[in-house]
Design a protein around this ligand. Structure first.
Ligand SMILES: Nc1ncnc2c1ncn2[C@@H]1O[C@H](COP(=O)(O)OP(=O)(O)OP(=O)(O)O)[C@@H](O)[C@H]1O
Length: 434
């Protein structure tokens, strides 16, 4: 391993990741561990230069006070505590609230007290992971479900560097992807990076299963279950695969429940594969925050369009084609979404707006085209900004941009005679319509 590490012990704080980020922003690697890690376990971690004991509001779990084994203080590793009443050694009542003051404080501890090296960077990370993956996998084979999203794409690029053609990627086109996406996956991974890529066009199969299904939950379930089935069929056709690679990232792990915050969120994975397809997991991004995953993708040479892709729901355009999906409306969603993305890119909004997309509802309205009455679908535009996806504000898109998008959709997308802009914040609306 190349990099020095600062360990953050979670003593009931809700802000462990803030601290981890602040340390990493100084160029020093950091990881969060539970309060009851043993001194031996701590000693076994590579290159630990300092320990931050991060207290907070969750001081009692299941009736027992949250504390560390006092032997932690005598490991010969510098410690700094905050908001932890029984702390020994250097202790603060709380971390500074001002980010600049927090950075200064951590800088002093990390570099002056701990003498850590600022050697956390993407080159070292990639070199370390290549070495670790090679050690884990040996000469065996790895399978990856490649969605074309940021996480699985960066995993693919990293594994290609590490193990080349021992990796097989499977990309499933469920017919609900955005315009040009399956083509981009094939171009980047098969043509440019030379990956073993199995491309499965399962659109007909998905659309068949979804025919007439209007309930959003039911739609999501069908898409999820069908995806597992398609992936399973492809996995069974391949011989001698021992590993499944996943784009698990650090927030997936931290958010799936620390010992003091019992918050359980389902993991980022291809869950639901049958037991006889039990693979060992390869998760090379499990230590990275999202922006670090992007930096890693860029360092590996992936195109910006892939690395900075906006969030996209798992069930894809299926939840933006409201009610029972029809081919006509699905095409209207796909084409109008492509126009919106093109125009946001032209106006530079793709770099500032968090998420933007179009929705086509399952009702029509009256209009006039070519001097005749028509009865066609509306397209709803949505563009929002958010920090944590818990709340969201509507982007105040400049009027001329909205007019240009509207005119193009009305002219270029068949079956559409009206364009609306969704002005609702979250709450009370959600980001997606279904
Ligand atoms: N169409 C697809 N083809 C192949 N694999 C897929 C597809 N959709 C999803 N997956 C797999 O399932 C995982 C979780 O999917 P989800 O839609 O939750 O993605 P995500 O969290 O945005 O991650 P990513 O950035 O990799 O898309 C993906 O990382 C990928 O491994």
């Amino acid at each position: 391993m190349q990099q020095d590490m600062i360990v953050i012990l979670d003593l009931g704080s809700t802000e462990n990741t803030v601290l981890a980020r602040a340390v990493r922003d100084l160029g020093v690697y950091s990881e969060i561990y539970p309060h009851d890690i043993t001194p031996d376990e701590l000693r076994a971690l590579p290159n630990v230069r300092g320990i931050l004991l991060n207290g907070g509001p969750n001081r009692v779990v299941d009736g027992a006070p949250v504390d560390v084994d006092p032997a932690v203080y005598s490991l010969g590793i510098p410690t700094l505590s905050a908001d932890h009443p029984t702390a020994r050694g250097e202790a603060l009542p709380h971390w500074p609230e001002d980010p600049a003051a927090l950075t200064e404080l951590l800088r002093g501890f990390v570099f002056d007290t701990c003498k850590a090296q600022a050697n956390w960077n993407m080159e070292n990370f990639i070199a370390d992971q290549i070495e670790l993956v090679r050690k884990q996998v040996g000469s065996r084979k790895v399978l990856l479900a490649l969605s074309g999203g940021v996480d699985s794409s960066v995993v693919a690029a990293l594994l290609l560097r590490a193990i080349g053609d021992q990796l097989t990627c499977v990309h499933v086109n469920h017919g609900l992807l955005r315009k040009g996406e399956p083509e981009q996956v094939v171009r980047v991974f098969r043509d440019e990076l030379g990956a073993n890529l199995v491309y499965v066009d399962a659109s007909e199969r998905f659309l068949g299963k979804l025919a007439g299904v209007a309930d959003p939950e039911q739609k999501r379930k069908i898409i999820g279950a069908e995806f597992i089935r398609v992936f399973e069929e492809e996995a069974r056709k391949l011989e001698g695969i021992d590993f499944l690679a996943q784009g698990t990232i650090y927030p997936d792990i931290v958010e799936s429940g620390t010992k003091t915050a019992k918050m359980v969120k389902s993991h980022h994975n291809v869950g639901g594969l049958p037991d006889d397809l039990a693979f060992e997991l390869v998760e090379p991004l499990r230590q990275l925050f999202k922006d670090e995953v992007r930096a890693c993708g860029t360092a590996l040479g992936l195109p910006d369009a892939m690395v900075y892709r906006q969030p996209f729901p798992g069930p894809g355009l299926g939840v933006r084609c409201l009610g029972a999906i029809t081919r006509e409306r699905l095409e209207a969603v796909r084409e109008s979404d492509a126009i919106l993305r093109e125009e946001f890119h032209a106006a530079g909004l793709d770099k500032t707006v968090w998420q933007y997309f179009t929705v086509v509802p399952d009702f029509k309205s009256v209009g006039v085209k070519n001097n005749a009455r028509c009865f066609e679908y509306p397209v709803i535009l949505r563009a929002i900004n958010t920090i944590d996806a818990m709340t969201a504000d509507v982007e105040q898109v400049p009027w001329p941009v909205l007019m240009k998008i509207t005119n193009r959709i009305l002219k270029e997308v068949p079956g559409v005679n009206r364009v609306c802009y969704d002005l609702s914040p979250k709450p009370p609306a959600t980001i997606e319509w279904e």
